[in-house]
Design a protein around this ligand. Sequence first.
Ligand SMILES: Nc1ncnc2c1ncn2[C@@H]1O[C@H](COP(=O)(O)OP(=O)(O)O)[C@@H](O)[C@H]1O
Ligand SMILES: O=C(O)[C@@H](O)C(=O)COP(=O)(O)O
Length: 431
Amino acid sequence: MTRPLLGCIADDFTGATDLANNLVRAGMRTVQTIGVPAGPLDASADAVVVALKSRTVPAAQAVAQSLDALRWLQAQGVQQVYFKVCSTFDSTPAGNIGPVTEALMDALDAPFTIATPAFPDNGRTVFKGHLFVGDVLLSDSGMRHHPLTPMTDANLVRVMQAQCQRRVGLIDHRTVAAGQAAIRARMAALQAEGVAIAIVDAVSNDDLLRLAPALKDLPVLCAGSGVAIGLPGNFGLSPSAQTARLPAPQGAQAIVSGSCSVATNGQVADFIARGGAALAIDPLRVAAGEPVAEAALEWARPRLAQGPVLVYSTAAPEAVQAIQAQLGVEAAGALVEGCIARIARGLVDVGVRQLVVAGGETSGACVQALGITQLAIGAQIDPGVPWCHAQPTCAPEGLHLTLKSGNFGTPDFFTKAFSALALAVAAAETV
Ligand SMILES: Nc1ncnc2c1ncn2[C@@H]1O[C@H](COP(=O)(O)OP(=O)(O)O)[C@@H](O)[C@H]1O
Ligand SMILES: O=C(O)[C@@H](O)C(=O)COP(=O)(O)O
Protein backbone atom coordinates (compact mmCIF):
# COMPACT_ATOMS: atom_id res chain seq x y z
CA MET A 1 0.00 0.00 0.00
CA THR A 2 1.42 3.42 -1.02
CA ARG A 3 1.24 6.03 1.70
CA PRO A 4 -0.18 9.42 0.67
CA LEU A 5 2.32 12.21 0.05
CA LEU A 6 -0.10 15.11 0.09
CA GLY A 7 -2.78 15.47 2.76
CA CYS A 8 -5.66 17.81 2.00
CA ILE A 9 -8.37 19.30 4.17
CA ALA A 10 -11.29 20.75 2.21
CA ASP A 11 -13.79 23.07 3.87
CA ASP A 12 -16.71 21.71 1.86
CA PHE A 13 -17.59 18.65 -0.19
CA THR A 14 -17.83 20.15 -3.67
CA GLY A 15 -14.55 21.90 -3.00
CA ALA A 16 -13.03 18.56 -2.04
CA THR A 17 -14.01 16.90 -5.32
CA ASP A 18 -12.80 19.99 -7.20
CA LEU A 19 -9.37 19.64 -5.58
CA ALA A 20 -9.31 15.85 -6.02
CA ASN A 21 -10.17 16.35 -9.70
CA ASN A 22 -7.22 18.70 -10.28
CA LEU A 23 -4.85 16.38 -8.42
CA VAL A 24 -6.02 13.35 -10.42
CA ARG A 25 -5.70 15.22 -13.72
CA ALA A 26 -2.18 16.26 -12.77
CA GLY A 27 -1.20 12.67 -11.99
CA MET A 28 -1.89 11.93 -8.32
CA ARG A 29 -3.99 8.88 -7.42
CA THR A 30 -6.41 10.56 -5.03
CA VAL A 31 -8.95 9.30 -2.53
CA GLN A 32 -11.56 11.58 -1.01
CA THR A 33 -12.88 10.75 2.44
CA ILE A 34 -16.08 12.18 3.83
CA GLY A 35 -15.09 13.49 7.21
CA VAL A 36 -12.17 12.09 9.17
CA PRO A 37 -12.01 8.29 8.82
CA ALA A 38 -12.18 6.20 11.97
CA GLY A 39 -9.23 4.00 10.93
CA PRO A 40 -6.21 4.13 8.63
CA LEU A 41 -6.64 4.80 4.90
CA ASP A 42 -7.51 1.47 3.27
CA ALA A 43 -6.46 2.35 -0.31
CA SER A 44 -3.23 3.15 -2.11
CA ALA A 45 -3.11 6.84 -2.94
CA ASP A 46 -0.66 9.65 -3.62
CA ALA A 47 -3.04 12.21 -2.15
CA VAL A 48 -5.96 12.06 0.22
CA VAL A 49 -8.60 14.77 0.53
CA VAL A 50 -10.55 14.88 3.78
CA ALA A 51 -13.85 16.61 3.02
CA LEU A 52 -15.23 18.62 5.92
CA LYS A 53 -18.39 20.70 6.09
CA SER A 54 -16.62 23.47 7.96
CA ARG A 55 -16.94 26.51 5.73
CA THR A 56 -19.84 28.13 7.51
CA VAL A 57 -19.80 26.59 11.00
CA PRO A 58 -18.55 28.75 13.92
CA ALA A 59 -14.76 29.32 13.60
CA ALA A 60 -13.88 27.34 16.74
CA GLN A 61 -15.68 24.28 15.35
CA ALA A 62 -13.98 24.67 11.96
CA VAL A 63 -10.60 24.82 13.70
CA ALA A 64 -11.34 21.76 15.84
CA GLN A 65 -12.54 19.71 12.85
CA SER A 66 -9.54 20.77 10.74
CA LEU A 67 -7.05 19.88 13.49
CA ASP A 68 -8.74 16.52 13.84
CA ALA A 69 -8.28 15.99 10.09
CA LEU A 70 -4.67 17.12 10.37
CA ARG A 71 -3.90 14.57 13.09
CA TRP A 72 -5.37 11.80 10.94
CA LEU A 73 -3.41 12.94 7.87
CA GLN A 74 -0.20 13.06 9.91
CA ALA A 75 -0.86 9.50 11.07
CA GLN A 76 -1.05 8.49 7.37
CA GLY A 77 2.44 9.96 6.91
CA VAL A 78 1.67 12.89 4.58
CA GLN A 79 4.57 15.20 3.72
CA GLN A 80 2.61 18.39 3.02
CA VAL A 81 -0.83 19.71 4.01
CA TYR A 82 -3.19 21.58 1.65
CA PHE A 83 -6.12 23.51 3.11
CA LYS A 84 -8.61 23.79 0.25
CA VAL A 85 -10.85 26.86 0.35
CA CYS A 86 -13.31 28.21 -2.18
CA SER A 87 -12.12 29.88 -5.38
CA THR A 88 -14.39 32.77 -4.42
CA PHE A 89 -12.78 32.84 -0.96
CA ASP A 90 -16.16 32.20 0.74
CA SER A 91 -15.85 33.34 4.35
CA THR A 92 -16.95 36.01 6.78
CA PRO A 93 -14.84 38.39 8.93
CA ALA A 94 -15.09 35.72 11.67
CA GLY A 95 -13.54 33.10 9.38
CA ASN A 96 -13.14 30.40 8.62
CA ILE A 97 -10.21 30.68 6.21
CA GLY A 98 -7.97 32.74 8.52
CA PRO A 99 -8.55 30.90 11.80
CA VAL A 100 -8.13 27.46 10.22
CA THR A 101 -5.00 28.47 8.29
CA GLU A 102 -3.42 29.87 11.45
CA ALA A 103 -4.38 26.82 13.52
CA LEU A 104 -2.76 24.55 10.92
CA MET A 105 0.35 26.77 10.88
CA ASP A 106 0.56 26.57 14.67
CA ALA A 107 0.12 22.80 14.69
CA LEU A 108 2.73 22.29 11.97
CA ASP A 109 5.11 24.92 13.34
CA ALA A 110 4.97 26.65 9.97
CA PRO A 111 6.41 30.17 9.99
CA PHE A 112 5.03 31.08 6.58
CA THR A 113 2.37 30.08 4.07
CA ILE A 114 0.57 31.30 0.97
CA ALA A 115 -3.12 31.75 0.30
CA THR A 116 -4.52 31.98 -3.20
CA PRO A 117 -7.92 31.01 -4.59
CA ALA A 118 -6.74 31.47 -8.21
CA PHE A 119 -8.32 28.91 -10.56
CA PRO A 120 -7.91 30.32 -14.08
CA ASP A 121 -9.65 27.34 -15.74
CA ASN A 122 -12.80 28.54 -13.97
CA GLY A 123 -12.19 32.26 -14.44
CA ARG A 124 -10.86 32.91 -10.93
CA THR A 125 -7.78 35.12 -11.21
CA VAL A 126 -5.92 37.16 -8.62
CA PHE A 127 -4.24 40.39 -9.71
CA LYS A 128 -2.57 42.84 -7.30
CA GLY A 129 -4.27 40.93 -4.51
CA HIS A 130 -7.75 41.41 -5.98
CA LEU A 131 -9.91 38.43 -6.89
CA PHE A 132 -11.71 38.47 -10.21
CA VAL A 133 -14.58 36.14 -11.09
CA GLY A 134 -14.60 36.07 -14.86
CA ASP A 135 -14.36 39.69 -15.98
CA VAL A 136 -15.56 41.32 -12.76
CA LEU A 137 -14.23 41.85 -9.27
CA LEU A 138 -15.45 39.32 -6.68
CA SER A 139 -17.48 42.09 -5.05
CA ASP A 140 -19.33 42.77 -8.33
CA SER A 141 -20.00 39.08 -9.00
CA GLY A 142 -23.04 37.03 -7.99
CA MET A 143 -21.08 36.16 -4.80
CA ARG A 144 -22.21 39.44 -3.26
CA HIS A 145 -25.62 37.78 -2.88
CA HIS A 146 -24.45 34.40 -1.54
CA PRO A 147 -27.02 33.14 1.01
CA LEU A 148 -24.40 32.28 3.68
CA THR A 149 -21.10 34.01 2.82
CA PRO A 150 -21.80 37.18 0.81
CA MET A 151 -18.45 38.44 -0.57
CA THR A 152 -18.41 42.23 -0.82
CA ASP A 153 -14.65 42.98 -0.85
CA ALA A 154 -12.35 41.76 -3.64
CA ASN A 155 -9.13 42.82 -1.87
CA LEU A 156 -7.94 39.47 -0.51
CA VAL A 157 -5.11 40.92 1.58
CA ARG A 158 -7.73 42.95 3.43
CA VAL A 159 -10.24 40.06 3.61
CA MET A 160 -7.61 37.62 4.93
CA GLN A 161 -6.10 40.16 7.33
CA ALA A 162 -9.51 40.73 8.93
CA GLN A 163 -9.60 37.01 9.80
CA CYS A 164 -5.97 36.58 10.96
CA GLN A 165 -3.75 37.39 13.93
CA ARG A 166 -0.61 37.09 11.76
CA ARG A 167 0.32 39.77 9.22
CA VAL A 168 -0.86 39.20 5.66
CA GLY A 169 1.10 40.39 2.60
CA LEU A 170 1.19 39.95 -1.17
CA ILE A 171 3.33 38.16 -3.74
CA ASP A 172 2.36 40.07 -6.84
CA HIS A 173 2.14 39.10 -10.50
CA ARG A 174 5.57 40.53 -11.42
CA THR A 175 7.24 38.28 -8.88
CA VAL A 176 5.21 35.26 -9.96
CA ALA A 177 6.08 35.96 -13.62
CA ALA A 178 9.79 36.01 -12.67
CA GLY A 179 9.61 32.40 -11.49
CA GLN A 180 10.60 30.15 -8.62
CA ALA A 181 13.74 31.96 -7.43
CA ALA A 182 11.99 35.35 -7.35
CA ILE A 183 8.99 33.88 -5.53
CA ARG A 184 11.24 32.24 -2.93
CA ALA A 185 13.15 35.52 -2.48
CA ARG A 186 9.90 37.43 -2.00
CA MET A 187 8.70 34.84 0.55
CA ALA A 188 11.94 35.33 2.51
CA ALA A 189 11.67 39.14 2.30
CA LEU A 190 8.05 39.10 3.49
CA GLN A 191 8.98 36.84 6.39
CA ALA A 192 11.80 39.21 7.34
CA GLU A 193 9.22 42.03 7.44
CA GLY A 194 7.05 40.01 9.82
CA VAL A 195 4.51 38.81 7.25
CA ALA A 196 3.46 35.18 7.76
CA ILE A 197 0.76 34.68 5.11
CA ALA A 198 0.97 35.88 1.51
CA ILE A 199 -1.88 36.21 -0.95
CA VAL A 200 -0.39 35.21 -4.33
CA ASP A 201 -1.37 36.72 -7.69
CA ALA A 202 -2.02 34.26 -10.51
CA VAL A 203 -3.83 35.03 -13.75
CA SER A 204 -3.00 31.91 -15.74
CA ASN A 205 -2.14 28.24 -15.31
CA ASP A 206 1.43 29.20 -16.26
CA ASP A 207 1.53 31.40 -13.14
CA LEU A 208 0.35 28.46 -11.01
CA LEU A 209 2.91 26.15 -12.61
CA ARG A 210 5.67 28.69 -11.86
CA LEU A 211 4.43 29.04 -8.30
CA ALA A 212 4.25 25.32 -7.48
CA PRO A 213 7.99 24.51 -7.19
CA ALA A 214 8.44 27.44 -4.81
CA LEU A 215 5.89 25.84 -2.46
CA LYS A 216 7.74 22.54 -2.12
CA ASP A 217 9.10 23.19 1.36
CA LEU A 218 6.07 24.84 2.96
CA PRO A 219 4.45 22.52 5.52
CA VAL A 220 0.95 23.88 4.79
CA LEU A 221 -0.72 25.71 1.90
CA CYS A 222 -4.05 27.50 1.76
CA ALA A 223 -5.58 27.60 -1.72
CA GLY A 224 -8.44 26.96 -4.07
CA SER A 225 -7.98 23.94 -6.29
CA GLY A 226 -5.87 25.79 -8.88
CA VAL A 227 -2.56 25.49 -7.02
CA ALA A 228 -2.96 21.70 -7.19
CA ILE A 229 -2.21 21.59 -10.91
CA GLY A 230 1.49 22.08 -10.27
CA LEU A 231 1.97 20.11 -7.05
CA PRO A 232 2.27 16.51 -8.31
CA GLY A 233 5.51 17.51 -10.06
CA ASN A 234 6.98 18.40 -6.66
CA PHE A 235 6.58 14.72 -5.75
CA GLY A 236 7.95 13.44 -9.06
CA LEU A 237 4.51 12.53 -10.45
CA SER A 238 3.05 13.31 -13.87
CA PRO A 239 -0.37 12.84 -15.57
CA SER A 240 -1.58 9.31 -16.40
CA ALA A 241 -4.83 8.08 -18.01
CA GLN A 242 -5.12 5.40 -15.31
CA THR A 243 -5.72 7.80 -12.41
CA ALA A 244 -9.38 8.56 -13.32
CA ARG A 245 -11.08 5.21 -14.06
CA LEU A 246 -14.60 4.51 -12.75
CA PRO A 247 -16.97 1.52 -13.17
CA ALA A 248 -19.68 1.62 -15.90
CA PRO A 249 -22.78 3.65 -14.96
CA GLN A 250 -26.12 1.97 -14.28
CA GLY A 251 -29.55 2.77 -12.83
CA ALA A 252 -31.77 5.84 -12.98
CA GLN A 253 -30.56 9.44 -13.18
CA ALA A 254 -31.47 12.41 -10.99
CA ILE A 255 -30.36 15.89 -10.03
CA VAL A 256 -30.98 17.64 -6.72
CA SER A 257 -30.08 21.30 -6.41
CA GLY A 258 -29.92 23.58 -3.38
CA SER A 259 -27.47 26.04 -4.86
CA CYS A 260 -28.82 29.53 -5.54
CA SER A 261 -25.82 30.80 -7.50
CA VAL A 262 -26.11 32.59 -10.82
CA ALA A 263 -24.62 29.55 -12.58
CA THR A 264 -27.02 27.06 -10.97
CA ASN A 265 -30.04 29.27 -11.64
CA GLY A 266 -28.99 29.20 -15.31
CA GLN A 267 -28.52 25.42 -15.27
CA VAL A 268 -31.98 24.84 -13.77
CA ALA A 269 -33.54 27.15 -16.37
CA ASP A 270 -31.66 25.37 -19.17
CA PHE A 271 -32.77 21.92 -17.99
CA ILE A 272 -36.40 23.06 -17.84
CA ALA A 273 -36.17 24.80 -21.23
CA ARG A 274 -35.03 21.50 -22.76
CA GLY A 275 -38.19 19.83 -21.46
CA GLY A 276 -36.56 18.11 -18.48
CA ALA A 277 -38.82 16.88 -15.66
CA ALA A 278 -38.34 19.35 -12.80
CA LEU A 279 -39.97 20.05 -9.46
CA ALA A 280 -39.38 23.12 -7.27
CA ILE A 281 -39.57 22.76 -3.52
CA ASP A 282 -40.87 25.60 -1.38
CA PRO A 283 -38.83 26.28 1.80
CA LEU A 284 -41.87 27.78 3.53
CA ARG A 285 -43.75 24.49 3.14
CA VAL A 286 -40.74 22.68 4.55
CA ALA A 287 -40.72 25.10 7.48
CA ALA A 288 -44.45 24.52 8.00
CA GLY A 289 -43.72 20.82 8.51
CA GLU A 290 -45.45 19.67 5.31
CA PRO A 291 -44.21 16.34 3.86
CA VAL A 292 -42.33 18.07 1.04
CA ALA A 293 -39.65 15.40 0.61
CA GLU A 294 -42.23 12.60 0.50
CA ALA A 295 -44.29 14.49 -2.09
CA ALA A 296 -41.19 15.11 -4.22
CA LEU A 297 -40.33 11.42 -4.15
CA GLU A 298 -43.87 10.48 -5.14
CA TRP A 299 -43.60 12.92 -8.05
CA ALA A 300 -40.19 11.61 -9.11
CA ARG A 301 -40.71 7.84 -8.90
CA PRO A 302 -42.89 7.33 -12.02
CA ARG A 303 -40.73 9.73 -14.05
CA LEU A 304 -37.36 8.09 -13.43
CA ALA A 305 -37.81 5.59 -16.27
CA GLN A 306 -38.06 8.43 -18.81
CA GLY A 307 -34.76 10.17 -18.04
CA PRO A 308 -33.18 12.41 -15.43
CA VAL A 309 -35.46 14.23 -12.97
CA LEU A 310 -34.54 17.47 -11.22
CA VAL A 311 -35.73 18.50 -7.74
CA TYR A 312 -34.57 21.97 -6.75
CA SER A 313 -34.87 24.79 -4.22
CA THR A 314 -32.66 26.96 -6.42
CA ALA A 315 -34.09 30.47 -6.54
CA ALA A 316 -33.15 34.03 -7.49
CA PRO A 317 -31.55 36.33 -4.86
CA GLU A 318 -34.79 38.24 -4.11
CA ALA A 319 -36.69 35.01 -3.45
CA VAL A 320 -33.88 33.67 -1.23
CA GLN A 321 -33.79 36.94 0.74
CA ALA A 322 -37.56 36.81 1.25
CA ILE A 323 -37.30 33.25 2.63
CA GLN A 324 -34.36 34.21 4.85
CA ALA A 325 -36.27 37.24 6.18
CA GLN A 326 -39.05 34.90 7.32
CA LEU A 327 -37.02 31.93 8.55
CA GLY A 328 -33.58 33.34 9.36
CA VAL A 329 -30.48 32.67 7.23
CA GLU A 330 -29.19 29.62 9.09
CA ALA A 331 -32.57 28.05 9.71
CA ALA A 332 -33.56 28.43 6.06
CA GLY A 333 -30.27 26.87 4.94
CA ALA A 334 -30.51 23.96 7.34
CA LEU A 335 -34.19 23.25 6.57
CA VAL A 336 -33.66 23.24 2.83
CA GLU A 337 -30.47 21.18 3.07
CA GLY A 338 -32.23 18.63 5.26
CA CYS A 339 -35.17 18.35 2.85
CA ILE A 340 -32.96 17.95 -0.24
CA ALA A 341 -30.81 15.40 1.57
CA ARG A 342 -33.92 13.31 2.38
CA ILE A 343 -34.95 13.53 -1.27
CA ALA A 344 -31.47 12.45 -2.45
CA ARG A 345 -31.56 9.47 -0.12
CA GLY A 346 -35.10 8.57 -1.18
CA LEU A 347 -34.11 8.75 -4.85
CA VAL A 348 -31.22 6.35 -4.29
CA ASP A 349 -33.52 4.05 -2.30
CA VAL A 350 -35.79 3.76 -5.38
CA GLY A 351 -32.98 3.04 -7.83
CA VAL A 352 -31.14 6.24 -8.77
CA ARG A 353 -27.52 5.29 -9.35
CA GLN A 354 -26.34 8.42 -11.18
CA LEU A 355 -26.87 11.47 -9.01
CA VAL A 356 -25.91 15.10 -9.58
CA VAL A 357 -25.96 17.33 -6.49
CA ALA A 358 -25.62 21.09 -6.97
CA GLY A 359 -24.33 23.22 -4.11
CA GLY A 360 -21.52 22.83 -1.60
CA GLU A 361 -23.52 22.83 1.63
CA THR A 362 -26.25 20.88 -0.12
CA SER A 363 -23.71 18.27 -1.20
CA GLY A 364 -22.47 17.95 2.36
CA ALA A 365 -25.98 17.23 3.60
CA CYS A 366 -26.70 14.75 0.77
CA VAL A 367 -23.45 12.82 1.10
CA GLN A 368 -24.05 12.49 4.85
CA ALA A 369 -27.65 11.32 4.28
CA LEU A 370 -26.38 8.71 1.83
CA GLY A 371 -23.88 7.41 4.40
CA ILE A 372 -20.97 7.84 1.98
CA THR A 373 -17.55 7.63 3.59
CA GLN A 374 -15.18 7.54 0.62
CA LEU A 375 -15.23 8.64 -3.03
CA ALA A 376 -13.16 7.52 -6.00
CA ILE A 377 -12.57 10.32 -8.51
CA GLY A 378 -13.29 9.89 -12.22
CA ALA A 379 -13.35 12.01 -15.34
CA GLN A 380 -14.06 15.73 -15.32
CA ILE A 381 -17.41 16.99 -16.65
CA ASP A 382 -16.42 20.66 -16.50
CA PRO A 383 -13.43 22.30 -14.79
CA GLY A 384 -13.67 21.57 -11.08
CA VAL A 385 -16.46 18.98 -11.38
CA PRO A 386 -15.60 15.28 -11.77
CA TRP A 387 -17.84 12.23 -11.62
CA CYS A 388 -17.16 10.24 -8.47
CA HIS A 389 -18.05 6.72 -7.37
CA ALA A 390 -19.05 5.44 -3.95
CA GLN A 391 -20.35 2.21 -2.46
CA PRO A 392 -22.56 3.21 0.46
CA THR A 393 -24.69 0.67 2.30
CA CYS A 394 -27.81 2.07 0.59
CA ALA A 395 -26.30 1.30 -2.87
CA PRO A 396 -23.75 -1.47 -2.26
CA GLU A 397 -23.34 -2.19 -5.99
CA GLY A 398 -22.13 1.37 -6.46
CA LEU A 399 -23.39 4.91 -7.01
CA HIS A 400 -22.04 7.50 -9.44
CA LEU A 401 -22.21 10.92 -7.93
CA THR A 402 -21.12 14.38 -8.92
CA LEU A 403 -20.96 17.24 -6.45
CA LYS A 404 -21.25 20.44 -8.45
CA SER A 405 -19.99 23.61 -6.92
CA GLY A 406 -22.68 26.25 -7.12
CA ASN A 407 -20.61 28.46 -9.35
CA PHE A 408 -19.25 25.84 -11.73
CA GLY A 409 -20.43 24.23 -14.93
CA THR A 410 -21.79 25.34 -18.29
CA PRO A 411 -25.54 26.13 -18.64
CA ASP A 412 -26.29 22.64 -20.04
CA PHE A 413 -24.48 20.92 -17.13
CA PHE A 414 -27.53 19.00 -15.85
CA THR A 415 -28.06 17.42 -19.25
CA LYS A 416 -24.51 16.84 -20.38
CA ALA A 417 -23.29 15.37 -17.07
CA PHE A 418 -24.97 12.03 -17.81
CA SER A 419 -23.73 11.72 -21.39
CA ALA A 420 -20.26 12.78 -20.23
CA LEU A 421 -20.23 9.90 -17.73
CA ALA A 422 -21.15 7.28 -20.34
CA LEU A 423 -18.56 8.69 -22.77
CA ALA A 424 -15.77 8.90 -20.19
CA VAL A 425 -16.25 5.33 -19.00
CA ALA A 426 -16.40 4.03 -22.60
CA ALA A 427 -13.24 5.98 -23.47
CA ALA A 428 -11.38 4.66 -20.40
CA GLU A 429 -12.25 1.08 -21.39
CA THR A 430 -10.56 1.54 -24.77
CA VAL A 431 -7.31 2.94 -23.27
N1 LIG B 1 -34.92 28.89 -1.89
C1 LIG B 1 -34.04 29.00 -0.87
N2 LIG B 1 -34.21 29.92 0.09
C2 LIG B 1 -33.31 30.05 1.10
N3 LIG B 1 -32.20 29.32 1.23
C3 LIG B 1 -31.99 28.38 0.30
C4 LIG B 1 -32.88 28.17 -0.79
N4 LIG B 1 -32.41 27.18 -1.56
C5 LIG B 1 -31.28 26.78 -0.99
N5 LIG B 1 -31.02 27.48 0.13
C6 LIG B 1 -29.84 27.34 1.00
O1 LIG B 1 -28.78 28.12 0.44
C7 LIG B 1 -27.53 27.48 0.71
C8 LIG B 1 -26.81 27.30 -0.62
O2 LIG B 1 -25.50 26.90 -0.35
P1 LIG B 1 -24.78 25.77 -1.16
O3 LIG B 1 -25.53 24.51 -1.17
O4 LIG B 1 -23.37 25.73 -0.60
O5 LIG B 1 -24.74 26.33 -2.63
P2 LIG B 1 -23.51 27.05 -3.39
O6 LIG B 1 -22.61 25.94 -3.81
O7 LIG B 1 -24.15 27.76 -4.54
O8 LIG B 1 -22.84 27.95 -2.39
C9 LIG B 1 -27.86 26.14 1.38
O9 LIG B 1 -27.72 26.28 2.78
C10 LIG B 1 -29.31 25.92 0.99
O10 LIG B 1 -30.01 25.09 1.88
O1 LIG C 1 -13.14 26.44 -5.27
C1 LIG C 1 -14.33 26.41 -5.61
O2 LIG C 1 -14.92 27.39 -6.12
C2 LIG C 1 -15.12 25.17 -5.36
O3 LIG C 1 -14.29 24.06 -5.27
C3 LIG C 1 -15.84 25.24 -4.08
O4 LIG C 1 -15.25 25.32 -3.02
C4 LIG C 1 -17.25 25.15 -4.21
O5 LIG C 1 -18.04 25.66 -3.17
P1 LIG C 1 -19.58 25.91 -3.46
O6 LIG C 1 -19.68 27.06 -4.41
O7 LIG C 1 -20.21 26.21 -2.12
O8 LIG C 1 -20.14 24.66 -4.05
